[in-house]
Design a protein around this ligand. Structure first.
Ligand SMILES: [Zn+2]
Length: 394
């Protein structure tokens, strides 16, 4: 059994016991055996190990957990982005452009894109990345999208209900039946989660409820895209169905915030549902950001993710999202780093990642900086010196 000691860590973010909300330890060390953290403590008292990685006084934090990404697609939509930056509004209609390109692509073309984006994210410190389908929208194309996604992640999400494809435009009920029937059956072997884009122009709350309930009955966990482009009942539906996460949360009523905070019930029972904010989408569509402070001040668990997709947020960078969250959404650097690590883990209902405590997976990032603060303080700078997943450099 080979062991690895990462020592001489100037600032260790554990998200467990330690100083402040990030559980910080100074001059710390982490002992890794068989891909797991087995000991965390002061560097001078670290046990011996077969191998040693000297962090040189740098900051070490858990690998980022990106709980929302759409990586299985073909083509790009740079021209749509340029048009938007010249003043055209974002409607979500461009998804159909990507659907056409995705259906026309070979398996190997889709696989190459997933691997390229997954590799990009890894180099920026993302050790866990959820991957959605949703640009196939036929039984065969959704199944192959998830089969390819499953080659790169265990966190795979069936998003057959991304938009109603053009061929079903005048009969959305029939499309919902297809999603709940043969498409779900073909997707389930490769999917852990079911998701719906619940928004005007995509799926209304009744359709979303039907699809999520079918997915749940098939054994999939629930997540939902809700309240991105306008107000609606999607967030409350997610909480009602015990979704692991409601994603976007840009347009929220007091009732939505209460539901997420778990104060909507007279018995005061809380919710496990996380609010995942995706500031890359607001950045790339030049839209108002979600009100993170309102959620945090209400006691809601907040996660940050990239929403990596070719239309509304073509970034794979969690450090970029951390910087946006701090500058544009008034999160503190500590809140943003927690949301990008432990928050993402909660959004995937995982307790073995997003933390560096004994028993956790040894997924960690060594920064080219003395503190996690630099992730927001030095935006756009490549600060990820080294990434480890399961205790090895991928
Ligand atoms: Zn999305």
């Amino acid at each position: 059994m080979s062991s690895l000691l990462v020592d001489n860590i100037g600032e260790l973010v554990t998200n467990g016991a330690g100083e402040g909300p990030l559980g910080i330890r100074r001059n710390a060390a982490v002992l890794v055996e068989e891909g797991r953290v087995v000991w965390v403590g002061p560097s001078p008292y670290a046990p011996a190990a077969d191998r040693r990685l000297d962090a040189g006084g740098a900051a070490v934090l858990p690998g980022f957990v990106d709980s929302h990404a759409h990586l299985v697609f073909a083509g790009d939509r740079a021209a749509e982005f340029a048009a938007r930056m010249a003043g055209q509004p974002y409607t979500g209609g461009g998804i159909r452009t990507t659907v056409g390109a995705t259906r026309a692509a070979t398996d190997n073309e889709l696989r190459a894109t997933v691997r390229r984006l997954r590799g990009e994210a890894l180099r920026q410190g993302t050790t866990t990345m959820e991957i959605k389908s949703g640009y196939g929208l036929t039984v065969a194309d959704e199944a192959r999208s998830l089969r390819i996604a499953a080659e790169s992640s265990t966190e795979t999400t069936f998003l057959g209900a991304h938009v109603v494809p053009a061929e079903y435009a005048d009969r959305p009920d029939d499309y919902v039946s297809l999603v709940c029937g043969p498409m779900l059956a073909a997707a389930t072997p490769y999917a852990k989660w079911v998701d719906v884009f619940c928004e005007r122009g995509a799926f209304d709350v009744d359709h979303a409820r039907a699809i999520l309930a079918c997915g749940q009955a098939a054994g999939l966990g629930v997540r939902i895209h809700a309240n991105q482009l306008g107000p609606g009942a999607g967030v409350r539906l997610g909480v009602e169905l015990d979704a692991a996460s409601v994603d976007h949360c840009t347009h929220l009523s007091d009732a939505d915030v209460d539901a997420l905070a778990g104060t909507a019930h007279s018995d005061g029972s809380g919710t496990r549902t996380v609010a995942t904010l995706l500031p890359g989408a607001e950045f790339s569509t030049r839209s108002p950001y979600p009100d993170a402070r309102r959620l945090l001040d209400a006691g809601v668990t907040v996660a940050l993710a990239t929403d990596c997709n070719p239309g509304s947020s073509y970034t794979s960078s969690m450090p970029f999202c951390v910087a946006l969250a701090v500058r544009e959404m008034r999160m503190t650097p500590a809140e943003a780093v927690w949301a990008a690590t432990a928050g993402g883990a909660r959004a995937l209902r995982r307790d073995d990642i997003g933390v560096l405590t004994p028993g956790a997976r040894a997924d960690l990032v060594v920064l080219d900086a003395p503190s996690y603060l630099h992730l927001a303080y030095r935006p756009g700078v490549p600060l990820i010196r080294q990434v480890m997943r399961n205790g090895v450099t991928p």
